[in-house]
Design a binder for this molecule. Structure first.
Ligand code: FES
Ligand SMILES: [Fe+2]
Length: 362
């Protein structure tokens, strides 16, 4: 079922920001990445800006992953056509004239903290006001610790992963050792926000007496602690999964003082229709010097990713084989994931309508 779960069209909106890379990945040689079915190279210019261009030479389709870049000039490794960092062709071998329209497409990019955001749609629509608010999650923010994982490639379509992150029911089954019990029940009575600006579930835990493990994280906690636990979608491609704000509380439950915040951030960028780049980060504004704590979470995250990947990569070929012959059935516990699916469907439909109205314009 090629278009699952949307059935009737593309699997993602092109006119949106997607995470292309962490800044730490980008140097002065090209990083080649396929993003929304488009081959892209990313690199740093001599003034240390990040540029993104089409990753295929339009002469004979040579991939530019191995192109040399000297003084911001990219040389095609096949016949040596040269392009500047804006994608304009400045030299063609043995002729003075550059063929009309011959050049590399340039993609809008914006760097925010450790994130390189790319706009794969129409460049003149690239709207910085639509950038996911990664700073609110502490990514690269002063006073916060940010730990990035190397991008992971998932052999399944992006929507499966996005819905999985909002699917509380699989947690005890798929992640019994890594997450079991600690997330699955907290969203039963969560507050859901589903407005044009925000899609999130938040639950405040009841105050519990502080144990030694909590005390190790927050030395100044009082007798009790409670937390706001949140799952939130930012833009179409960034999910903060169980961002936690921990408060010192008294036994009555009144939160007294915010002690710290921690986020587990997932950036999800379609590579092709059926494969996905998966970027993970964790941020926190407490114990920022504690590298062991970061290692602990990073190792656990890697296990969780592998557990989810095993499931989603098993689903993908089944979905591909279905044709339209099989209908899925939803459970009551799928409600939040289905709301999310409708939201993304609306965004994709809006994207298509915009592009269609442009084509219809005189
Ligand atoms: S393929 Fe690039 S110049 Fe020929
Ligand atoms: Fe999972």
């Amino acid at each position: 079922m090629k278009g699952y779960p949307f059935h009737d069209g593309p699997l993602f909106a092109r006119n949106q920001w997607y995470l292309a890379a962490w800044t730490t990945e980008i140097g002065h040689t090209p990083v080649a990445r396929r993003i929304l079915n488009q081959d892209v190279i990313l690199f740093r210019t001599t003034d240390d800006k990040v540029a993104a261009l089409s990753g295929v030479c339009p002469h004979r389709w040579m991939p530019l992953a191995r192109a040399e870049i000297t003084q911001d000039l990219i040389s095609c490794p096949y016949h040596g056509a040269r392009f500047d960092h804006q994608g304009t062709c400045v030299a063609v071998p043995r002729q003075d004239r550059v063929p009309p329209g011959f050049g590399l497409r340039r993609y809008p990019v914006v760097v925010v903290g450790p994130c390189v955001w790319i706009w794969p749609g129409e460049a003149d629509r690239a709207d910085p006001s639509l950038l996911p608010d990664s700073m609110s999650l502490g990514l690269g923010r002063a006073g916060w610790r940010t730990d990035l994982s190397h991008p992971f490639r998932l052999g399944a379509r992006a929507q499966l992963l996005i819905e999985n992150l909002f699917d509380e029911e699989h947690i005890n089954v798929v992640h019994p050792a890594t997450l079991g019990g600690c997330q699955a029940d907290v969203f039963r009575d969560a507050e859901i926000t589903d407005t044009p600006d925000r899609f999130a579930m938040t639950h405040r835990t009841a105050p519990t007496p502080v144990d030694a493990a909590m005390r190790a994280l927050f030395a100044e906690l009082g007798s009790h602690a409670c937390s706001d636990l949140t799952i939130e979608l930012l833009g179409v491609s960034l999910v903060n999964n169980i961002g936690s704000r921990t408060y010192s509380a008294d036994a009555s439950g009144a939160p007294k003082r915010l002690m710290g915040q921690m986020n587990f951030i997932h950036a999800i960028t379609p590579e092709t229709d059926t494969t996905t780049h998966y970027f993970l980060a964790q941020t926190r504004d407490f114990n920022v010097e504690d590298a062991d704590l970061s290692t602990l979470f990073s190792e656990r995250n890697a296990k969780i990713v592998a557990e989810d990947a095993a499931i989603l990569e098993a689903l993908e070929p089944m979905i591909d084989d279905w044709g339209d012959a099989r209908q899925e059935t939803s459970f009551a516990t799928d409600a939040i994931a289905m709301r999310l699916r409708h939201r993304i469907r609306r965004i994709i439909a809006g994207d298509r309508a915009e592009v269609a109205s442009d084509r219809a314009a005189p």
